[in-house]
Design a protein around this ligand. Structure first.
Ligand SMILES: Cc1cc2nc3c(=O)[nH]c(=O)nc-3n(C[C@H](O)[C@H](O)[C@H](O)COP(=O)(O)OP(=O)(O)OC[C@H]3O[C@@H](n4cnc5c(N)ncnc54)[C@H](O)[C@@H]3O)c2cc1C
Length: 389
């Protein structure tokens, strides 16, 4: 049986954070206005399934849909607690439902964009996308839907796992100007565990229990830890849980492929946008997708290539993952060292991969040097060994 193949210039396979961000950047490019774009996802993207937080100095393209933003953040650990001024950064919270609706609204008003809900079964290297309902052919396919984390020797495979409660109180309980970025006072269970609290009003906050470890916890464990934290640290006994959020984000230094073939380009987590040492992805998706759109508009190959000056962050991330994996040094104290010794903005700049060499050295100087130097040397040795034929 021959199947009718639907032709497009660009197929965006997966309309989550990366797919929809890319769409917005493509629509901003005047020379791409005639390109026929297919936005393909199995879901309608109407559910508030994720809350993205990230920090930025400038205003971003999704500023109008932010739920909240802050200039100060609390940090808590047993040995150091402080309210940190993060200026010139703003810590921003974006609810996925607002983001999806903002981007899909743009899609619906653009004549060159077709939105289809279909399950993607397979993507061929020649740009053919096999859906359950049809086959689609693109000059380029931008894939964030299908990927496998490459399992290879020498790499670290941890996950950032979390569960959050959106809680509402009947009386004022929060200061919406001062969220908590990390609270390490919770039981560490020989692991890396912390809670963050993001109040969006005096009576509403997202309280999220987070771990960095090889495996996630059970739902009951998250529930027990969250209930304990809300009672003992937030001192709240009466509240409603209006919504919950759960997620598992890969934390690995294994290399992700930027493209599967000349026509199939990976974006988002599939394209390696998740920072291995923190799980933060949203900001890196913006860089990746903006660069891809710029490349397409300039008639260049639409692959995001990291500047050589950023390669250093792979070593930093791998080193931190090794420190976490080997558990020879408690993770909370790494963060305590950094936040107690350095301006918060320097740490945020470093984690956003925008730091100068001098700032890198300041961060390195703030942490336990013997632990990190040993871990870095092991990473360099493995990279060297891996590069041997
Ligand atoms: C709950 C949660 C909270 C997070 N919070 C943060 C945060 O605060 N800050 C941050 O920087 N990062 C955060 N992340 C990490 C990261 O930003 C998100 O995972 C982000 O959504 C990744 O974008 P993506 O486009 O790669 O994947 P997704 O947003 O997951 O998009 C992939 C899309 O592909 C579709 N799809 C998958 N398979 C198929 C198929 N077979 N057929 C058709 N469609 C398919 C899915 O429906 C989805 O829409 C969070 C992750 C989770 C899970």
């Amino acid at each position: 049986m021959t199947q009718n193949i639907q032709q497009y210039d660009y197929i965006i396979a997966g309309s989550g954070a990366a797919g929809l961000s890319l769409l917005c950047y493509l629509l901003e490019e005047p020379v791409l206005q005639q390109k026929r774009i297919l936005l393909l996802d199995r879901e309608k993207k109407q559910v508030n399934d994720k809350t993205w937080c990230f920090w930025q100095v400038e205003k971003g393209p999704f500023e109008s849909c932010l739920k909240h933003q802050w200039q100060h953040l609390h940090f808590y650990s047993e040995g150091f607690s402080s309210l940190l001024d993060i200026s010139p950064y703003r810590y921003k919270m974006l609810e996925s439902a607002s983001f999806y609706s903002f981007c899909l609204n743009k899609a619906s008003t653009a004549e060159n964009v077709t939105v289809v809900n279909d399950e993607i079964l397979k993507i061929d290297p020649d740009g053919k996308v096999y859906g359950r309902q049809a086959v689609y052919q693109g000059e380029y396919v931008f894939n964030s839907a299908k990927f496998k984390i490459p399992k290879q020797q020498y790499y670290h495979y941890l996950v950032q796992h979390f569960k959050g409660y959106f809680i509402k109180t009947s009386e004022d309980a929060f200061n919406p100007e001062t969220p908590t970025l990390m609270d390490f006072r919770v039981e560490q269970h020989d692991d890396c565990r912390f809670v963050y609290v993001l109040p969006v009003s005096k009576r509403e906050a997202l309280v999220e229990y987070t771990g960095f470890s090889p495996e996630p916890l059970t739902q009951e464990q998250y529930d027990d830890e969250l209930t304990y934290y809300i009672k003992h640290y937030l001192q709240l006994s009466q509240y409603d849980i209006t919504h919950t959020e759960y997620g598992v984000i890969p934390m690995t230094n294994a290399p992700f492929k930027t493209h599967e073939s000349a026509r199939v380009i990976n974006i988002g987590t599939a394209g390696g946008a998740t920072k291995a040492s923190t799980g933060y992805t949203f900001s890196f998706i913006q860089r990746q997708c903006a660069a891809i759109a710029r490349n397409l508009a300039a008639g260049k190959v639409p692959v995001f290539r990291q500047a050589a000056s950023k390669n250093k962050y792979r070593l930093y991330d791998s080193t931190f993952l090794r420190v976490l994996s080997e558990k020879k040094h408690p993770a909370w104290s790494v963060f305590e060292d950094m936040f107690s010794k350095l301006p918060a903005a320097t740490i945020l700049k470093f984690l956003n991969e925008d730091s100068s060499l001098l700032e890198d050295l300041q961060v390195m100087h703030s942490v336990d040097k013997s632990t990190f130097v040993r871990a870095a040397m092991k990473e360099v040795y493995h990279t060297f060994k891996e590069s041997l034929p």
